[in-house]
Ligand binder design. Structure first.
Ligand SMILES: *Cc1c(COP(=O)(O)O)cnc(C)c1O
Length: 400
């Protein structure tokens, strides 16, 4: 799963090309940088890899979501629909922009349930954020079709599925834009970092300016420092060393995915011996990035019984029902409306009236499904010994 497993000479060479110029900033320093623009090069290569026109690098996947929401014009008074099984970053970005997150159930794809999505659209819905969790596809074509009918833009949170596709078309290119994360545990990593891709030039231009204090990014008299601004912005700029690492990691991405796929096939084969097991539904198996192997047992009780045997054999799997990072009922700070602001924002309005309230029982179908789901993260490099240990443990679990 994480690209740090394969750091090598390629990353060092790219980083040294930056240090040799001494320019760590992505803009300016024309003469000194000797034509080295690593962040710009990374943006172009990443967009081309995904088969789209524009890439906008930023400091994290969380910020990528926020910049995309800002460029789509989302703000206070708006609702944004996402799924109840994701990383907290998805809804942090929605709250940070001033909008209200609305959560859907997940289905057997472990991603947004399009039937529940349709029920949660209101006249205030301004964006839909399906998340391609655990390396594989949401039902993005169905979701985009629903969104089109209602005239709502779609932002794909592709943080966990870089390189995944449907029929050869990259995730992140089905909606109006797609966001990616290159944090320390993602498939390809720049330590911290993120990217937004889009085919829409105007949307890209807005993101580009917003992420750099609103600077208009046209050639001005007086160069940088002489810009005008169409709107206020912030600083979410990626630095050159991150761009350099990104270029080296991107070149290895497809081979990382291939390695993971081999391991996943072996794990699936071993797990299929467990009576009653079903695998996570994949919209396109060939396009799975294979960063995780997910399977469903018959009940929560069956799931715990199987995982106990796996754990006894040094092969315990993750049950996301126990995980506080990724699942709605475990987000105590969201459910309680905990915030550092004295006014209570974003959960309270100025004046103290409650503006957001979440019901812990909101997503019963997801709770039922997640309670009987087991997940193995798949490393890029898996030793034969470890794989043999896992498959043997799954063989033991099949008898439990
Ligand atoms: C990792 C992640 C993010 C946030 O990315 P960072 O780069 O860590 O800020 C957003 N969404 C999902 C689904 C993630 O897994």
């Amino acid at each position: 799963m994480p690209g740090y497993e394969i750091f090598g000479e390629e990353e060092k060479k790219e980083i040294m090309a930056v240090l040799d110029t001494g320019v760590l900033f992505r803009y300016e320093f024309g003469a000194q940088r000797k034509g080295v623009y690593k962040v710009l090069e990374f943006e172009k290569k990443f967009a081309a890899y995904c088969g789209t026109s524009y890439g906008q690098a930023v400091t994290s996947g969380t910020v990528a979501l926020k910049v995309a929401l800002a460029a789509l014009g989302v703000g206070p008074g708006d609702e944004v629909i996402t799924q109840g099984f994701t990383f907290v970053a998805t809804w942090e970005a929605i709250l940070d922009i001033g909008a209200i997150p609305v959560f859907t159930e997940v289905d057997a794809t472990l991603n947004m349930d399009p039937v529940d999505l349709e029920k949660k659209i209101t006249e205030r819905t301004r964006c839909i954020i399906p998340v391609h969790m655990l390396g594989a596809q949401a039902r993005i074509q169905e979701i985009v079709a629903i969104a089109k009918r209602h005239g709502i833009p779609v932002l794909e949170d592709t943080a966990q599925a870089t390189g995944a596709r449907i029929n050869g078309r990259h995730l992140g290119t089905f909606g109006d834009c797609g966001t990616f994360s290159f944090d320390a545990v993602k498939t390809m990593t720049t330590g911290e970092g993120g990217m937004i891709i889009t085919a829409n030039e105007e949307l890209w231009r807005t993101m580009s300016e917003y992420h750099d204090h609103g600077h208009d990014h046209v050639v001005n008299p007086g160069a940088r420092g002489g810009e005008g601004r169409r709107f206020i912005g912030f600083n979410y700029r990626m630095m050159e060393i991150q761009g350099a690492i990104g270029i080296a990691q991107l070149a290895k991405l497809d081979s990382m995915i291939e390695a993971q796929k081999k391991t996943k096939t072996a794990l699936k084969e071993a797990a299929s011996a467990i009576p009653g097991v079903k695998f996570r539904e994949l919209v396109d198996e060939a396009g799975d990035s294979a960063t995780f192997c997910c399977f469903f047992l018959e009940s929560g009780e069956h799931c715990q019984r199987v995982n106990k045997v796996l754990a006894e054999n040094n092969a315990g799997a993750i049950n996301f029902g126990d995980n506080t990072w990724h699942f709605y009922p475990r987000w105590e700070h969201l459910l309680a409306g905990s915030t550092v602001t004295k006014s209570g924002w974003p959960f309270l309005e100025p004046g103290g009236r409650r503006r957001i309230m979440y019901d812990p029982e909101l997503l019963p179908a997801s709770v039922e499904l997640i309670s009987r789901t087991l997940v193995y993260p798949i490393p890029v490099k898996m030793t034969e010994e470890r794989l043999a240990e896992l498959t043997a443990a799954l063989g033991q679990a099949a008898k439990a």
